[in-house]
Design a protein around this ligand. Structure first.
Ligand SMILES: [Zn+2]
Length: 347
């Protein structure tokens, strides 16, 4: 939800009718643009990467999608005020607890506890307790029926899966790791917002591949803890090739009937959305064209591609990406089967 007019409806929806969508997938896989498309639909609130609210948002005062720091934003200032009315923990304490959950050793433990009730783990209990107050506060302030969180990491989605009184859904997005590695390596990648330019951060080839694999493996572990009808798999390439069809599938998955912001087959019109810190693409407003960004296929040296494919091959097999060569097979091509959730059928 993006308009000031939608703010402060003051309607306290019952939590049982709130749908919470976690978008999980490696960075640079289109998670931000897909969340932005959903955020334009009536009744849907795209909150950006919710995991950053307390650290980058409240403590570092990095701007919301509206350009204001969260403590001045008309949405987040009210949301955070409500959350803090009911609890005594400081933002620094919340960030410290989040940090304990995010360590490499602990992430799987968080994911495995996704659907368990009580857990004897103070850090997880603290993060869950704050999030349990945060979601109704967002609903109360925005009057949203569906909340979209593009935090991307499976263990953050697991925290949401463990909340009481919400319908939790997961959208798992994967993009060809060559495209992801190419995007992370580009030093010239910038986003223009008004008269300002924001530079995208960079990552070297090996860490990019490792993160891609880790993200995919974590998502597969999480998937075991999510009911099949609440899990949807989508390849970025399939979204970018036929965006309207992909969004229609996504809405059907969520049981929603709103109108997505397509001006035509490929162009969407985005307004200001109150997204907490994350990918600079969230600041884009106006007409945005969705295209399959396949520049890597022309510019990425062959030896680098082969290196990426050699490291990430288990994921390539799982998600039907080529083990050698270039672009992904197109959807619907013979040999590309999908199960009812859109997950490439294995075996
Ligand atoms: Zn805002």
């Amino acid at each position: 939800m993006h308009t000031a007019g939608a703010i402060g409806g003051g309607t306290l929806r019952t939590m049982s009718s709130t749908k919470l969508l976690s978008i999980v997938g490696p960075g640079r896989s289109g998670t931000t643009i897909i969340a932005s498309v959903l955020g334009e639909i009536d009744g849907v609130c795209n909150v950006g990467e919710l995991r950053w609210l307390w650290g980058r948002g409240i403590l570092e005062r990095r701007p919301c999608g509206c350009g204001l720091p969260p403590d001045e934003c008309p949405v987040w200032s009210r949301v955070v005020g409500k959350v803090r009315e009911e609890g005594s923990e400081s933002p620094a304490e919340i960030v410290a607890a989040q940090g304990k959950l995010a360590s490499r050793r602990q992430r799987l433990r968080v994911i495995r506890s996704a659907t368990r009730g009580q857990v004897d783990w103070p850090a997880l209990e603290r993060v869950r307790a704050v999030t349990q107050r945060l979601i109704p506060a967002i609903v109360d302030v925005t009057d949203a029926r569906v909340i979209v969180d593009s935090s991307k990491r499976a263990h953050d989605a697991a925290v949401l899966a463990g909340l009481d009184g919400v319908e939790h859904y997961v959208l798992h997005i994967v993009r060809d790791p060559c495209a992801v590695a190419f995007s992370w390596q580009r030093r010239d990648k910038t986003v223009h917002i008004g008269d300002r330019t924001r530079t995208m951060s960079t990552r070297r080839l090996l860490p990019s591949c490792q993160r891609w694999l880790e993200n995919c493996l974590s998502a597969e572990v999480l998937r075991r803890h999510v009911p099949p009808e609440r899990w949807m798999f989508l390849r970025y390439e399939d979204f970018a090739t036929e965006p309207q069809a992909a969004v229609a599938r996504l809405l059907a998955f969520l049981g929603e009937h709103g109108t997505p912001p397509f001006a035509d087959e490929r162009n969407i019109v985005l307004g200001v959305q109150h997204t907490v810190a994350g990918n600079p693409n969230r600041f884009r407003v106006g007409t945005v064209r969705i295209t399959l960004d396949d520049e890597w296929n022309r510019r990425m040296p062959r030896r680098r591609r082969l290196a990426v494919r050699a490291i990430t091959w288990p994921g390539l097999l799982r998600y039907h990406y080529p083990l050698t060569g270039g672009l992904v097979r197109r959807p619907g091509r013979p040999g590309h089967r999908e199960d009812s959730r859109g997950l490439p059928a294995t075996g």
